[in-house]
Design a protein around this ligand. Sequence first.
Ligand SMILES: Cc1cc2nc3c(=O)[nH]c(=O)nc-3n(C[C@H](O)[C@H](O)[C@H](O)COP(=O)(O)OP(=O)(O)OC[C@H]3O[C@@H](n4cnc5c(N)ncnc54)[C@H](O)[C@@H]3O)c2cc1C
Length: 467
Amino acid sequence: MAAVSDYDIVIVGAGVSGSFIAGALTRAGLRCVLLEAGQSFASSDYPDNELDANALLYWGGGIELNKDASIGLLRPKAVGGGSIVNQALLDRFDDSAFDSWRETSGVDFLNRSSLDPWYDAAAENLSIRTVPEEYANGNARIFRDGFAANGYRCAPLERAQGDCRFEDGNCCIECLRGCPIDSKQSTPVTVLRKARDAGLEIVSRFEALRVENGTDRVTVHGRDHDGEQKSYRGRHLVLGAGAIGNSRLLLMSGFAERLPALGDNFYTHPQYMSLAVYDEPVNAHRGPLQSYKSADPGFRANGFKLENVFAGPIGIAMLVPSFGTEHMRHMRDITRMACIEVAVRDTNPGRITVGSSGKPIVEKTLNEEDRKRRDRGLEAIRNIFRATGAKQIIEGNIAIGLHLMGGCNIGVDPARSVVSPEFRLHGHDKIHVADSSIFPNAPGINPSFTIMALSSMAAEKIAADAR
Ligand SMILES: Cc1cc2nc3c(=O)[nH]c(=O)nc-3n(C[C@H](O)[C@H](O)[C@H](O)COP(=O)(O)OP(=O)(O)OC[C@H]3O[C@@H](n4cnc5c(N)ncnc54)[C@H](O)[C@@H]3O)c2cc1C
């Protein structure tokens, strides 16, 4: 018989949402435990190379594939979740995102004026800065100049960062595998540090495998890194395991019977990276990785946005569609390459189910409208590269899904949604969710800041319920 530990609140998943909720509930004086399948890292021991980072910071050893292998899914796995590996770009949603959310969900508070105080509350936990213009690297300058040459609008982007010490030559491509100088405002250096000091218990390398909803307690059963079965029991349970993680856990626990929409409505903002080779060095890997964001109303109306990220050599090698000596020749050009990606605001919902071995199966394709959105974005990228003197353009043919959203969508109708406007699973008063899994559809905007805002809002409701 597995040992059972008792708490006020059990939280599964120490990503963006789980961390923010754990912090707020601990501050409210509740006894919380935060369970995370991934490891806990200090800034000094993040993996120092791309290969180890893929293996140690992601589920599936770096990348998982959807059912027809057309989209690579990046699913973070660490204390801090996506905040460890992401680019920390923070954006509030606009009316287009919220209008569409309200229409799909019937949830009235999904609008800017209701959410703004919660964005503000979340921001109090972070340092948010723009990257000083003088540090813009070659890739960012191509992005900015190409936008100007085509009459497209771009803007400085806002990042959750402290002091990145760019004057010392720091390169933020490194922070994609965990920021070694604690500048990136990932949750272990923000909300979790304070929460731990205030008594939050964090259990890393524990995978939750089953949720049992009893009359006055909810129990999470799972196993630790050594394979030992353990259980954690709380008066309330918060699920923060992300879109795929929450759907998988609830499906494996038999909740589908009472929640017919469980696992549906899954979106990814599929992203396609295009590379361009220039005569002169670009050094896209140096300094701040991104300085500007696309802010073009025409792009927004056409359902895409552009970002100029770069990947490590392994990531770039996957995108270059060639073999053998030709591939080696391309890779020798890596310092002369620029990269821009198009992220599609996808309209075709996917579906998460669980295979017999417990592995999540993701059915997700692009429909005609999504392909049109992608193609319009690729055309804008080609225009930018051509206007800035690119000698060759290489279109990466793999879609990457790294904004994983939905599966437990919020809504008023229990037949078509999973989570109620009170952030509780429909029909289950003690199980709460406010992470990326509750997104009703794809907003087309970076999701983290809104996850923080919704989680801060939900935490207040959960604290009231728990009291
Ligand atoms: C490379 C990359 C770059 C990105 N860049 C940006 C960006 O610049 N701006 C932005 O807004 N967004 C960005 N994102 C997306 C953003 O990071 C995610 O949307 C966000 O992290 C989702 O938050 P979450 O709380 O829903 O889940 P996550 O942060 O993914 O956390 C979920 C956690 O739950 C854990 N978990 C899952 N299942 C279990 C289980 N059964 N038991 C225990 N633990 C479990 C996972 O290991 C994980 O740590 C990026 C993502 C990636 C991968």
